[in-house]
Each structure stands twice: as C-alpha cells, then as structure tokens.
Design a binder for this molecule. Structure first.
Ligand code: NAD
Length: 341
C-alpha cells in the first residue's frame, strides 16, 4: 500500500497508527484538515477485513468530515478514528481508556465522538483520559434525532426542487436501515404523511418500525428494487454502486449513511439515470451540528436553526450542479472546497 501517495491524493495532514497490546487496542486516527478548526469526527469500531481497508475507511470518513463541516458553515476541520475490533468481544473499558490516551496526545487537533459501533457511554470512558471528546451522555447526547431531522430537511429540499412542493405526504420512501437514525427518520416521515418501505438486517428493528409507523417490510436485498419516490440509505456506506444503481426505481436519494457512493463517478451514474442525489455529507450534518451545543456552547434553538438550513444548502448544491452541468456530488465538493479556500 502506498500510504503517503494515498494521503497526498486525498489531501490529508496526518494519520496516526495507535496500538496498546494489553488493551487489545489497534486504531488509526486520521486528520484530514485543521484549516477551519480542530478536526472533529467520530470513532468507529468495526471488524475490518484488512489494515488497508481500515486505513482507506479512516481517510475517506475524515475527508467527508472536513467537507461536511465546511458546507454546514461550522468552525471545524475533519478527522475520524477507526478502531479495528469486534464490538461484541472487546473489553470496552480498557479499549476506550486506551483510545482516550491516544486522542489526548494530539492536544486538541482532533476531537472525537461516537460513530458506528460506539456509543455515548464509550465516550464517557474516553472523557476520563481526555477533554477532547464530544457526544457525552450527559451533554449533547444522542445525535441521531438531529441527524434524522437534517435528512428530512434534505428530502424536503429535493422534493421542492424535483416536484415543486416540499410536501412529503403521500410520497413513498424506501428506508434502508432502521437503526438510531433510521428509526427517528421513519417517525418524522410517518408524521409528515409519507409511506414507508423498510429493510434492516435486524428483524426486531424492522418490526418496531412496522408496528409503530405502519411500514411495509422487505428483505434487505429487495430494498434496491422497490418502486418508491425516495431512497434513504441509513445503514452503511458504498451502497450506491455498479450493482445497485441500475436497479433503483426512485427519483430522489437522501439518507444518513456516510460515503454512499462507492466511487466518485457513481454520482454521475445517478445523474445519468435522472435520479436527484443529495450528497451524504450535506444530508447528514445534523449530528455534528448538535455537537455544537457541547463544543461551542450553542443554545439548542441555534443548533436547530442550523439543521433546518440543510434545506438551503441542498438547494445551493442543486443550483450549482444545474448551472455547471455536473453531478450534485461534484457540486457539493466544489462548494466545500470554495469554503475551505
Ligand atoms: P445504527 O448502527 O444504529 O443503524 C444502522 C442500521 O443499519 C442497523 O440497524 C443495521 O442492522 C442496519 N444495516 C446494516 N447493514 C444493512 C443492510 N445491508 N441492509 C439493511 N440494513 C442494514 O447506525 P445509525 O447511528 O443509525 O447511523 C446510520 C448511518 O448514518 C451510518 O452510516 C452512520 O455513519 C451515519 N451517520 C449517523 C449519524 C448519527 O447521528 N447517528 C450522523 C451522521 C452519519
């Protein structure tokens, strides 16, 4: 693996390899940019197939955080930590103490929080070793409802752009992933009168959304085939790719998952199919905006206003894409890079 070439091509400042054998801790902390402020981004705990896979994931996720904060107008750079391990078997207490010690060595250049595979309780352990951590149970707490609301606002903007009305009542949304964000999004969509088709690997999570919001459940692999108005990927990344894009029967894609496009050119492939894609880091900024309550002492009302503004950012992205004849993913990158400059 040509680590430095990959870092340079993606514009990273630093990648730290961290190891504490006694704690069973192996991690990478990637700092993409500190140009606009400290590199903020969560810690993912995942069973990566290889060190390279973990490296690439950390680099892609941290760059996404830089772009997300820049587009949301937040004074943060982008970073991300990935811990290589199985969340079911690790000793969480020792693991997150070790993680906190490594985060502390960066002296505030990187601020961590929870992400896939980690929770606010894990961050409470990290806090025992460093103050450079957000998303604590007793502070801003679970970001998922905020993230879900941001996704909802992005859908409204896309609906306005596509159908000249932001009203989602009667629209059908195919929701992939009924986890923390997916559940909250399903609730908000149901309250807005939307119909739901849902899938998750965990049957109890699907059942909850079926019972509470009258959703129709389909098997996980069927979610790409269903006829719907909107597809909302709220599970994992890389779900928009050569295999799935030709199957989609939707007009809009807006969801919470990070790095939804497997490769950058899949943005153009969606455009080619006439599907309006709201870039993931525009859509899912609600979580980090919620973090401002904790990191910047914002009032909740100020944070809510910023989450609602995801609507305007999405419209800005669509307008630029149309004006330049480019895919929305590319337009979002252009806007973020402008702000970084
Ligand atoms: P979560 O772990 O609570 O939920 C994810 C759900 O997806 C789980 O229920 C899992 O079983 C399901 N899933 C996994 N693979 C699937 C598949 N192939 N088909 C169907 N379902 C599948 O995570 P979350 O906090 O809800 O986050 C969802 C996504 O949004 C993640 O990609 C995360 O990085 C991103 N995100 C979350 C936040 C936040 O505030 N939680 C903020 C920004 C981005």
């Amino acid at each position: 693996m040509k680590a430095f070439e990959i870092m340079e091509s993606m514009g990273h400042e630093q990648v730290m390899l961290c190891c504490d054998e006694a704690a069973g801790y192996r991690a990478l902390i990637a700092i993409h940019s500190t140009r606009l402020g400290p590199a903020v981004g969560g810690t993912r705990l995942w069973t990566y197939a290889s060190d390279k896979e973990a490296f690439i994931d950390a680099l892609r996720l941290s760059r996404g955080m830089t772009y997300k904060s820049a587009l949301a107008g937040l004074p943060f750079g982008g970073g991300k930590a990935v811990i290589i391990g199985d969340g079911k078997t690790v000793d969480r207490d020792r693991l997150f103490h070790a993680h906190g010690r490594f985060v502390e060595t960066l002296g505030g250049r990187y601020v961590t929080a929870e992400d896939v595979g980690t929770s606010t309780l894990d961050m409470d352990i990290v806090r025992l070793e460093t103050k450079h951590v957000a998303g604590l149970a007793a502070r801003s707490g679970d970001p998922s409802p905020w993230t879900a609301h941001g996704v909802f606002r992005a859908m409204q903007a896309a609906a306005h752009y596509r159908w000249h009305s932001e009203n989602l009542s009667g629209k059908t949304v195919a929701l992939q992933g009924c986890g923390n964000v997916g559940y909250c999004l399903a609730k908000e969509l149901h309250e807005a009168g939307a119909k739901l088709i849902v899938a998750d690997l965990a049957t109890e999570r699907v059942q909850r959304v079926v019972n509470e919001f009258g959703a129709t459940a389909v098997k996980p692999e069927r979610i790409y085939h269903v006829a719907a108005d909107i597809f909302a990927p709220c599970a994992l990344g890389a779900v928009l790719n050569d295999e799935t894009i030709p199957r989609l029967r939707v007009e809009i894609i807006a969801g919470a998952a990070n790095n939804q496009l497997r490769e950058a050119w899949h943005g153009a492939a969606l455009q080619g199919r006439g599907i309006l894609y709201v870039p993931d880091y525009v859509t899912n900024a609600g979580g980090i905006i919620n973090g401002c309550i904790e990191m910047l002492d914002w009032e909740p009302a100020q944070a809510l206003k910023k989450v609602n503004a995801i609507y305007d950012t999405a419209l800005e992205v669509f307008a630029l894409a149309q004006q330049q004849g480019i895919a929305t993913a590319e337009a979002a990158d252009c806007l973020a890079e402008q702000r970084l400059r």
